[in-house]
Design a protein around this ligand. Structure first.
Ligand SMILES: N[C@@H](CCC(=O)N[C@@H](CS)C(=O)NCC(=O)O)C(=O)O
Length: 206
């Protein structure tokens, strides 16, 4: 059975929702950041990066949200979570996932994880101060140029939707008023009403 390692409030939510939407049989294992469990040898044996998510499969362990999401979509084709038979559309989907992973998530991480990039406490404060501006700029680009509607990629729900939902749920904490981005906010509200999302949130928030 698949095993997802997750932590509440993190990017692992996207993979968690995708597993639920896929109808996958999986177990969810919580990693408690308040106890620094992600740094303990037991977890580093699963993911040497010391991060969530990690997905244990019968063929090995996967990390990195875009890879996990694509694996879920390809493993459960009947759930239609990606345009698997269209190379161009699949690449467009990957492009969106990559943007969230490599740019938006990294912009967000500068608030709480600034020590990754500098040792100087003044530099940490400077990076933190920049987060609202960078997250708003990323959201603006998604709102104007990337979000097709009604779902991220257009008419069809895909693995891009739980990923955007996850990152959009951080906006307030990142000092951005989501009301500035009506399409993203409307998407967030519609996502929250999906049974799979509500089920995962109930587990994660318990
Ligand atoms: N590129 C990775 C990022 C994973 C990541 O940074 N996860 C954060 C939570 S959102 C984490 O585990 N942080 C723990 C730490 O930095 O100690 C992905 O997309 O899966």
């Amino acid at each position: 059975m698949l095993k997802l390692f997750y932590t509440p409030g993190t990017c692992s939510l996207a993979s968690h929702i995708a597993l639920e939407e896929a109808g996958a049989a999986y177990e969810a294992h919580r990693i408690d950041f308040s106890k620094a469990e992600q740094t303990k040898p037991e977890y580093l044996a699963i993911n040497p990066k010391g991060r969530v998510p990690a997905l244990v499969t019968d063929r090995g362990i996967l990390t990195e949200t875009p890879a996990i999401l694509a694996y879920i979509a390809q493993s459960f084709p009947e759930a239609r979570l990606a345009p698997l038979d269209d190379p161009f559309e699949f690449a467009r989907l990957q492009s969106f996932l990559s943007y969230l992973c490599s740019t938006v998530h990294v912009a967000h991480a500068h608030a709480r994880r600034a020590a990754r990039w500098a040792d100087d406490p003044a530099a940490h404060e400077a990076m933190k101060a920049k987060v609202p501006q960078n997250m708003a700029a990323c959201s603006d680009l998604i709102e104007r140029a990337m979000f097709a509607g009604p779902f991220v990629m257009g008419e069809n729900y895909s693995i891009a939707d739980p990923y955007l939902f996850t990152i959009a749920s951080w906006l307030e904490a990142d000092g951005v008023d989501p009301a500035r981005f009506p399409k993203i906010l409307d998407h967030r509200n519609r996502m929250a009403a999906r049974p799979a999302v509500a089920k995962v949130l109930a587990v994660v928030q318990s």
